[in-house]
Design a binder for this molecule. Structure first.
Ligand code: HEC
Length: 195
């Protein structure tokens, strides 16, 4: 935190005349092992929650790749930068934690009936993924975006993850995501920030 504040002050002084500009020095960086594996982010559930896409089995021939809710969080300093510029800064971290659909006498669509009505509620956590934009560390990744998974299962998650090859994750995001490899089209919180 101290580092972040100092970096922010230095950045503030350095940009001088153009005080509006936010440079990547003020972005909280992910941590890596000497082998360039990402460490599991800490406190990502306190980051900015931007939404929870859902692709249930019931709508995917019984076998969705990720049948859980996808709870997506943006690291706060990267979120601030996006709010100001509409762009993802170097160092941006986005976490996606999976949560199974709540089980309780589920009907044929895997939904439940709760006092609010028929639908899908969140059950237990079931996996954690991370996106990091870092062209200096991952020059081979299109857009500098590296993709990590700390396991598709209940916690505890793995402590580290190697980056996936670009064609496993990055390529689909490159082809279909609206804003620099991120699916802003599915998050009204982010769309409302875009100028
Ligand atoms: C076939 C296309 C496809 C592939 C392959 C893919 N993703 Fe995604 N990803 C999506 C879509 C679509 C979304 C947003 C909607 C959703 O989550 O259903 C998304 C969202 C995400 C997000 C939240 C940020 C955002 O851009 O919305 C993360 C983190 C993520 N994916 C990680 C991964 C990782 C890690 C891999 C590889 C193991 C991967 N993705 C592979 C399509 C893909």
């Amino acid at each position: 935190m101290k580092k972040l504040i100092i970096a922010a002050i230095i950045t503030g002084m350095a940009v001088g005349a153009n005080a509006q500009m936010v440079t990547s020095e003020s972005i909280q960086q992910a941590e890596f092992t000497p082998e360039n594996e990402a460490k599991t982010p800490i406190d990502y559930r306190k980051w900015i929650f931007i939404g929870s896409p859902l692709t249930p089995n019931a709508l995917n021939d019984g076998a969705a790749a990720f049948p859980e809710f996808h709870n997506v969080y943006v690291e706060p300093s990267a979120y601030e930068h996006f709010a100001k510029t509409g762009q993802w800064a170097e160092g941006t971290q986005i976490a996606k934690e999976l949560a199974l659909i709540y089980q309780n006498d589920n009907d044929e669509l895997g939904a439940t009936y709760e006092v609010s009505g028929h639908g899908y509620q969140q059950g237990e956590f079931n996996g954690l993924e991370l996106l990091v934009k870092d062209n200096a560390r991952f020059p081979e990744m299109p857009g500098g975006w590296a993709f990590f998974s700390f396991g598709h299962h209940a916690p505890p998650y793995a402590k580290t993850s190697a980056a996936f090859p670009a064609d496993s994750c990055n390529a689909c995001h490159a082809d279909n995501a609206e804003t620099d490899f991120v699916f802003t089209q599915f998050y009204p919180v982010l769309r409302s920030l875009q100028k």
